[in-house]
Design a protein around this ligand. Structure first.
Ligand code: KG4
Ligand code: ZN
Length: 354
């Protein structure tokens, strides 16, 4: 069971905030009955990033099949689920409306409650999901827990005081961590998405080869990655100007860049956990799939560190189902006329959706 005092419920969840069309069925906010993700990464690769109109059109083409497949894989009919959850924001407007409207249609047609979920809240709740392949039942996170959210659009430190109760301690002042990975990957001509490409390229590299700057932003819980990105650019230009057509030391550049990002993320997260009395840490969002980050945050940790299974780090609907379940179990359902919220800071969420 998720939490013993909470009711049993199945949630059909939909996620279309960026370039993944996803649907899942989640039992009790924890057990994955199905988890279908259709990624558009290949389509966007030729643009070097997500092309919003293309993303929206692709969601429209795929959403129905993805939802059908999620129900089929769970061996359920729409009438068997208790509620329909969908990402309401933050995200690309043209992408969000596709999933949200699909959820509204299903909720209206089947007479089920609708739950609008904050995408970043979803990433936090990926830590509650019990991966299919895990043999042992893992104790869910204990409050207060410090969450480091690192995705393509956000980098945030959030103190999770209780279910659905957040205090945002800090965020990035410029680029998100994932965005920095994507931009540096483009600079090194490694392709999109940049995170996995940098990780792979850096495998054989020396993380100490280049001493890239770390923006500590002392006395705040904020981050900044644009200076680091510019520093990589300068080193690349310098190397290229010294010798025309010289091969760049891509492995060392990638490993050193990654090390700079990881060191700042891990150090600040640990300090914040200490400062705010959080014994446990959650790292979630696409960048939490990064192997160097996962190793560094786990090594010598003072308490439990919750890292989602790799396939639950990047965007998926299972996490939306986990967060949606918590909202549903507390009676936080939404009207059918809610709008998508492309900008929706997690700091605006308390214990209600309004
Ligand atoms: O959470 P996510 O799937 O989508 C957003 O909500 O933005 O995160 C996507 C981001 C991209 O910037 C991608 O490059 C990054 O996560 N990412 C990684 C890795 N896998 C995905 N960054 C570093 N290392 C990885 N292995
Ligand atoms: Zn995300």
């Amino acid at each position: 069971m998720a939490d013993k005092k909470l009711p049993s419920a199945r949630i059909l969840a939909i996620e279309t905030s960026c370039d993944e069309t996803a649907a899942a069925v989640i039992q009790d906010g924890r057990y994955i009955l199905s988890n279908v993700v259709s990624t558009q990464a290949e389509l966007h690769a030729k643009y070097g990033g997500v092309f919003p109109e293309v993303a929206s059109r692709e969601h429209i083409k795929t959403i129905y099949t993805v939802v059908q497949e999620a129900l089929q894989q769970a061996h359920l009919e729409l009438s068997d689920v208790d509620a329909i959850a969908a990402t309401r924001g933050p995200g690309l407007p043209g992408s969000l409306v596709v999933g949200l409207n699909m959820a509204k249609g299903l909720a209206l047609g089947a007479g089920k409650p609708l739950i609008g979920v904050n995408h970043m809240e979803g990433h936090i709740y990926s830590a509650w999901l019990h991966p299919l392949e895990a043999e042992e039942e893992k104790e869910p996170p204990q409050f207060p827990v410090l969450a480091l959210l690192v995705s393509g659009g956000h980098t945030e430190l959030v103190l999770v005081k209780d279910h659905l109760t957040y205090e945002r301690l800090g965020s990035t002042l410029d680029d998100a961590a994932g965005e920095a990975f994507d931009k540096v990957a483009r600079l090194l001509e490694l392709g999109y998405p940049g995170g996995p490409a940098i990780q792979k390229a850096g495998l054989e590299g020396d993380p100490e080869a280049f001493k890239f700057p770390r923006a500590w932003l002392d006395d705040t819980w904020n981050f900044s990655f644009s200076g680091l990105k510019t520093a990589v650019l300068h080193v690349v230009r310098n190397l290229q100007s010294k010798k025309k057509n010289a091969e760049l030391p891509v492995a060392n550049l990638a490993a050193s860049f990654q090390e700079a990002v990881v060191e700042v993320l891990v150090t600040k997260t640990r300090y914040a956990a200490q400062e705010f009395g959080a014994k446990e840490i959650i790292v979630a969002g696409g960048v939490s799939a990064n192997r160097a980050l996962r190793q560094a945050i786990t090594k010598g940790a003072a308490g439990r560190v919750h890292l989602p299974a790799i396939y639950l780090c990047t965007d998926n609907a299972a996490m939306i189902g986990a967060a949606g379940y918590l909202r549903y179990s507390q009676g936080l359902v939404d009207d059918l006329d809610i709008d998508a919220l492309p900008t929706w800071p997690i700091s605006e969420l308390g214990s209600s959706n309004n």
